[in-house]
Design a protein around this ligand. Structure first.
Ligand SMILES: [Zn+2]
Length: 258
């Protein structure tokens, strides 16, 4: 029990640190800037942020939500992304029974890409190729390693099936109805399919369900016109998380109802 709490805390802290990197990626990738240099700086006064002011989650509150050099408020997005990353890392670890299983790193990688891509899609209405092009082969390679470790070739075949289940329908949709769906959405669904296999179907179900509910909600609330575009990436990401965490239970429930 103590071991679980201790390792859980380690994974949560690791998630916070990766979340801090996510913030850098979310800010710099749409601007085409390097992720590695220069060091983090305040977007207002451009002052470099000292390491002790750059501690995930903690610094935001210690600095009372303001930049130390110019006093401009720090966006709440930073601590939110960090906390989300920590919480999702911990959830993945809990899902794997607090055990160091081969799936852990691939799933943490999936969660990280989902956070970065959703935040960028919400802000810029684009799912960047700079994230998706390296992430899809990297995800496939990671699941290939898991299949090797498990001695389960079927697992890798399910990854390939998931890639097709995720990518092909949305790519066709994007070609036929370019205004409704983007190629970026197809790449994102192909990416999550690599990790989810057939559960990508569950991911789609919840992505479209959530997307329609939110879309209708926004139209009713008068915040969106019927024709304006709502980024779909965050819904694909939510659907993928539902499939990852609850997919197998949902399948069992569904089959027991038949
Ligand atoms: Zn500043």
């Amino acid at each position: 029990m103590l071991g679980k709490i201790y390792y859980g805390a380690v994974v949560f802290l690791f998630g916070l640190v990766v979340g801090s990197f996510d913030n850098v990626a979310i800010y710099r990738i749409p601007e085409g800037k390097s992720l590695w240099a220069p060091r983090s700086f305040c977007p207002h006064c451009k002052a470099t942020i000292a390491w002790y002011d750059n501690i995930p989650l903690l610094s935001y509150f210690l600095l009372q939500r303001r930049c130390r050099s110019c006093g401009e408020p720090i966006s709440a997005r930073y601590p939110l992304v960090e906390f989300l990353s920590g919480a999702l890392f911990l959830s993945v670890f809990a899902k794997l029974g607090f055990a160091w299983r081969a799936e852990l790193l691939p799933y943490l990688f999936m969660v990280t890409v989902l956070i970065i891509v959703s935040a960028i899609d919400l802000r810029e209405q684009v799912i960047p190729n700079r994230v998706m092009y390296p992430s899809i082969p990297l995800g496939l390679a990671a699941m290939g390693v898991v299949a090797l470790v498990r001695g389960d070739a079927g697992l890798f075949l399910r990854s390939l099936a998931g890639l097709a289940i995720g990518g092909v329908p949305l790519a066709l949709l994007a070609l036929c109805v370019p205004k409704g769906m983007g190629m970026g959405d197809a790449k994102l669904a192909a990416f999550t399919g690599v990790f989810l296999g057939y559960q990508q179907l569950t991911a789609f179900f919840f992505a479209f369900l959530l997307g329609s509910l939110v879309g209708i909600g926004l139209i009713v609330a008068g915040k969106k016109g019927r024709r304006s575009r709502i980024p779909f990436g965050p819904f694909l990401a939510c659907g993928a998380l539902v499939a990852l965490f609850f997919g197998s239970n949902l399948w069992r429930l569904y089959r027991s109802l038949l």
